[in-house]
Ligand binder design. Structure first.
Ligand code: GCO
Length: 263
């Protein structure tokens, strides 16, 4: 049945960094397909506000505060979730930060911090969720990659290195765990209208004009544009899809771009 192919009824989805932005948009998409939402965040205030928003929207949402880079905290939290809420069927490794600093001005400690959160974090969380999925011989893991998994850009060296690494970690996890009926894939969002891009998206900001011109769809992504791909990679519809990165980018990666004055 087509409807069952994309149904997440009776499934539980853990979304790291699910208190705002793209994480919240993807979580709401999974909730709309029937999933119970398990939201990770790292500040109580943001978590409480997010849970209120999810519940107001009619979603069954549970919140767990833990730092994705703290392996002891991750291990304990995943055990708690499995016991208190139930088996984690879907993991969305979304939590991440960006620092926009020219390389020569970037401290190695800051470079390491971005790598730690954006790449080592997904490794740690996947390890502790994955061991349960392996025991159950079923699971869906989606790593949130980026245009920077494929392209470089001035000032985002650490973020690009992390997101490029996350693309390859996705392929390696898919290789190791496909035999346990765990499908590991990635989503690469293009340029979306979120708080993370707000500083480079304001009206009249040169980057705002650049992205609108560089993206064939001629617009920034709306976080809701990610729901369909997230549901697809979390549902039975993708049971033979492994190690793929689906770019939801309005065509950005498909083109070399066009002159600013060309329609
Ligand atoms: C930037 C942006 C990008 C986007 C996204 C693109 O500074 O270039 O923040 O990193 O957020 O990652 O896929």
């Amino acid at each position: 049945m087509m409807s069952e192919l994309f149904s997440l009824k009776n499934k539980r989805a853990l979304i790291t960094g699910g208190t705002h932005g793209l994480g919240m948009a993807m979580a709401k998409g999974l909730g709309s397909a029937g999933a119970t939402l398990i939201i990770n965040g790292h500040t109580e205030e943001k978590m409480n506000a997010a849970l209120a928003e999810y519940k107001a929207a009619g979603f069954d949402a549970h919140g767990f505060l833990f730092d994705v880079t703290d392996e002891a905290s991750v291990a304990a939290s995943i055990d708690n979730i499995e016991q208190q809420v139930g088996p984690i069927d879907i993991l969305i490794n979304n939590a991440g930060i960006i620092m926009r600093t020219p390389m020569l001005e970037m401290e190695a400690s800051d470079f390491r911090k971005v790598i730690d959160i954006d790449l080592v974090g997904p490794f740690i969380v996947s390890k502790h969720v994955g061991k349960y999925m392996i025991n159950r011989k079923a699971g869906k893991i989606i790593n949130i990659c980026s245009m920077m998994s494929e392209l470089g850009r001035n000032t985002v060296s650490a973020y690009a290195a992390a997101k490029g690494g996350l693309k390859m970690l996705t392929k390696n996890m898919a290789t190791e765990w496909a035999k346990y009926n765990i499908q590991v894939n990635g989503i690469g969002p293009g340029y979306f209208a979120t708080t993370q891009t707000a500083p480079i998206r304001t009206e009249g900001h040169p980057f705002n004009e650049f992205i609108i011109n560089r993206t064939p769809a001629g617009r920034w992504g709306d976080p809701e544009d990610l729901a369909g791909t997230t549901i697809f990679l979390s549902s039975p519809a993708s049971n033979f899809v492994n190690g793929q990165i689906i770019y939801v980018d309005g065509g950005l990666l498909a083109t070399i771009g066009k002159p600013a004055n060309e329609a």
